[in-house]
Design a protein around this ligand. Structure first.
Ligand code: NAP
Length: 305
């Protein structure tokens, strides 16, 4: 291979431009003034950034998640951006807990008009090492939790005869599969498929259902497992066609657009925000490195299991 190309050796490599600064918005101020937005897992990472963009546009926020420190962090975000908001403790795997989170939201602000199904669980593990419990946990949170929250939202809107908008947060391995992520990739494929089914079933009742797929958005709340995965290869920017990773506000802007009055005729769509990373192919096939090797795991040994 000749010298690795990069901005240092090739001045034509400029990458995708930086976005406008935090606080800017393509939507008019007050777009969500009369809207309640419920974000699952909205106390950390991408969910928090998405909730904040809705809050900046006037929404009343409801953040549902399990851990007290994440709920505290959501409350700090409300104060930071001057948004109206409440938090509610909820495990989205539990249908009764989901119903009670919606009750709390209704008591505080009214029925959420937007639901962002952002909460998910994930950690890399080769499929042959994956315990049944690991599989069930990720599928239960990511897929079943998304269904239970959507179902609660749909039922309440059908009863009230009011329109609404759901944004499901997906992942690009829904299409491609994801070595090391058999549980999460299968669950996200289910989320993408569910998006399409619900969009058709609930269109007649005024409910839009879309999905948003983030590319690589490193953030300080990433779990140690996911952060360690990024550390396996040096550098992140030059491993993306955009020559940079995403800024969280870029995902927030996409979510607010999908749930805004300007996207009413978009439903059943999955919007990818990843600088084209998931579509990359190589002219020369890269060497295949088994996932266990990438993860530094020794040769598989069932230990007689
Ligand atoms: P994260 O910081 O790990 O956030 C996950 C959130 O989900 C946490 O706030 C967690 O809060 C909540 N959660 C987990 N299990 C829950 C449960 N049973 N009930 C209620 N809440 C639960 O992850 P992230 O990086 O921001 O990712 C957000 C979304 O983007 C996920 O859907 C993820 O799959 C997707 N995504 C992220 C990236 C990326 O680059 N970061 C790339 C592709 C896709 P509690 O622990 O308090 O419950």
């Amino acid at each position: 291979m000749p010298d690795e190309p990069g901005p240092e050796t090739d001045p034509t490599i400029i990458g995708l431009p930086e976005p406008p600064p935090l606080g800017a918005s393509a939507l008019p101020p007050g777009t969500f003034d009369d809207v309640v937005v419920l974000v699952t897992g909205g106390g950390t990472g991408l969910g928090k950034a998405i909730a904040a963009e809705f809050g900046r546009l006037g929404a009343a926020l409801v953040v549902a998640s399990r851990k007290a420190e994440h709920l505290d962090s959501a409350e700090a975000m409300f104060a930071d951006i001057g948004a109206r908001g409440i938090v509610t403790s909820c495990d989205i795997r539990d249908a009764d807990a989901v119903a009670s989170a919606f009750d709390t939201a209704e008591r505080a602000f009214g029925l959420p008009g937007v639901l962002v199904n952002n909460a998910a669980a994930n950690f890399p593990v080769p499929a042959e090492d994956m315990s049944p419990n690991a599989w069930r946990t990720v599928v239960d949170i990511t897929l079943t939790g998304t269904f239970l929250c959507s179902r609660e939202f749909g039922r309440r809107h059908l009863e009230a005869r009011t329109p609404g908008s759901i944004v499901n947060i997906g992942a690009s391995y829904a299409w491609t599969g994801g070595p090391g992520f058999a549980h999460s990739a299968a669950a996200k494929a289910g989320v993408k498929n569910l998006t399409e089914t619900l969009a058709v079933e609930w269109g007649p009742y005024g409910i839009q259902v879309n999905a948003l797929v983030p590319g690589l958005f490193p953030h300080e709340d990433m779990t140690a497992d996911i952060a360690a995965n990024l550390d396996r290869a040096p550098g992140t920017d030059d491993r993306q066609p955009a020559m940079r990773t995403g800024h969280r506000r870029e995902l927030g802007w996409a979510a607010t657009f999908l749930a805004s009055p300007y996207a009413r005729f978009i439903s059943g769509h999955t919007l990818v925000v990843d600088g084209a990373n998931w579509q990359r192919r190589s002219l020369v096939n890269p060497q295949v490195v088994p996932v266990r090797t990438q993860m530094g795991r020794p040769r598989f040994d069932s230990g007689g299991d």
